[in-house]
Design a protein around this ligand. Structure first.
Ligand code: SAJ
Length: 418
């Protein structure tokens, strides 16, 4: 029989991954302590509230807190298992910034007892899980840390990369298969016992470096495929061919599935993670690096198209719809839509630009310096605009197509109004 975890579990990092994971485990009858350095996040969770928008998460958090299974604190407590779910951003030189992971490992180290499990969920370059083991070992020489070929250890360290899609987290956290890579096979088995509590997908056991690389490969795969769509889109624009018609037709081939072009690739994961592969093997990662460049270039191409359209008017008003990094989420981190708007605002300082997004209520920091930008509701913005640019295909924007767009110049970067 496969082992299933019993005991108390602490999760370090109550963000987009840590909080849903905490809830998924707490609702299986395990006491979960959520740890976050941000006191307002901790206070919100203690009230049963969620500090960001994710479908079905709020009701799950308030339920788990009301049942007394989920608590939150700023101090790392003692527990039987620890999951690290903190950000791994990149540095200026695009190498991974592991300072949050290191800080989490250092907070956990003094609390560890023999038999405890430590799982790293944060997306990380190959070798990071091993570093977590070393950082903990340096602070706790009294504990035997897991080493390959050595069956005996006091603490079990593994990597189980998160793979959930923002907007579908509460579904995917249960249904996705999970990859669990241990510093030793026993570590993988121990960590898997936690995911058996709630994962309905298969749990695939492997070594830590393979798990790290598999996660990076998933996001690099998506980045490369989106870059292909974005490059095709630029080519079709230059040849005056409708990209959406081309994709519709090509995708009727049984072995072709071209993704959707857009104004660029945003979010906290896909624009970041491929760089971890590039920095691990700079000479070899040629396609992955080029895909990053193609996707990073995309907001500039889209902004240039809008500027070209605006130059046909004497004094146009432009409506830009959507600011978040993708549809139906409130997350504007690394958003290409924001970059497009700022490039247009900079290129056309005399032109009035109205921006609208149902998920954004204050002007994002990056756009605050432009006197020609105003946040509006979508209907008003479209009503007043000569040029309407769709940057994010939020559900409420789709309906505008039938009623409001007549007589305007439309630039639909997402193909939502076809
Ligand atoms: N995008 C396109 N065209 C497409 C698909 C996406 O332009 O056809 C854009 C989106 O608009 C967005 C960006 O790409 O700006 C990324 O969006 P996404 O929906 O592809 O992915 P994320 O960042 O929300 O989540 C990804 C997922 N990874 C994969 O699908 C391989 C998710 O499963 C991961 O858990 C997540 O990264 C993560 O945290 O690593």
């Amino acid at each position: 029989m496969s082992e299933v975890f019993k005991g108390r579990l602490a999760i370090i990092g109550m963000g987009y991954i840590g909080l849903p994971t905490a809830v998924a485990i707490a609702t299986r009858g395990i006491d979960v302590i959520g740890v976050d350095i941000n006191p307002s996040t901790v206070a919100a969770i203690a009230r049963g509230e969620v500090p960001f928008v994710e479908p079905d998460l709020a009701v799950a958090v308030s339920g788990a807190v009301a049942m007394g299974r989920l608590t939150a604190t700023t101090e790392t407590p003692e527990a039987d298992a620890f999951i690290i779910a903190v950000p791994t951003p990149f540095n200026e030189d695009r190498t991974a910034n592991l300072s949050y992971v290191k800080a989490a490992a250092e907070q956990i180290a003094p609390r560890l007892k023999p038999g405890n499990i430590v799982v790293l969920e944060s997306t990380s370059p190959p070798g990071t899980t091993e570093k977590v083991g070393r950082w903990i070992g340096a602070l706790r020489p009294d504990l035997r840390m897991p080493r390959n070929g050595d069956a005996i250890a006091d603490v079990f360290v593994a990597h189980c990369p998160e793979r959930v899609l923002p907007g579908r987290i509460m579904i995917e956290i249960v249904t996705n298969d999970r990859v669990v890579g241990g510093l030793t096979p026993r570590c993988a088995e121990k960590a898997a016992s936690i995911y058996r509590l709630f994962a309905q997908g298969e749990i695939l056991l492997t070594d830590a470096a393979s798990a790290e690389m598999a996660k990076l490969s998933e996001n690099a795969y998506r980045d490369v495929n989106i870059a292909f769509a974005n490059e095709l889109s630029a080519i079709c624009e230059s040849l005056h061919i409708d990209i959406w018609e081309v994709i519709r037709l090509a995708n009727r081939h049984p072995r072709v599935g071209i993704l959707s072009p857009g104004p660029g690739v945003g979010g906290h994961c896909i624009p970041v993670d491929p760089w971890f592969i590039v920095s691990a093997a700079p000479e070899l990662a040629r396609l992955i690096r080029t895909a990053r460049d193609v996707n990073d270039r995309r907001p500039h191409d889209v902004a240039a198209q809008v500027v070209a359209k605006a130059e046909r008017f004497r004094s146009p008003t432009i409506a830009c719809l959507g600011l978040t990094f993708k549809a139906n989420v409130d997350d504007a981190r690394e958003s290409p839509a924001i970059e497009v708007v700022s490039l247009i605002a900079k290129a056309l300082p005399e032109v009035e630009i109205l921006v609208a997004d149902p998920y954004v209520s204050t002007m994002p920091e990056l756009l605050k310096g432009y006197g020609n930008l105003r946040l509006e509701n979508a209907h008003e913005a479209v009503e007043r605009a000569d040029i309407v640019v769709l940057l994010v295909e939020h559900e409420p924007f789709r309906a505008l197509r039938h009623t409001r767009l007549g007589g305007k110049v439309i630039y639909d970067t997402r193909g939502a109004w076809r």
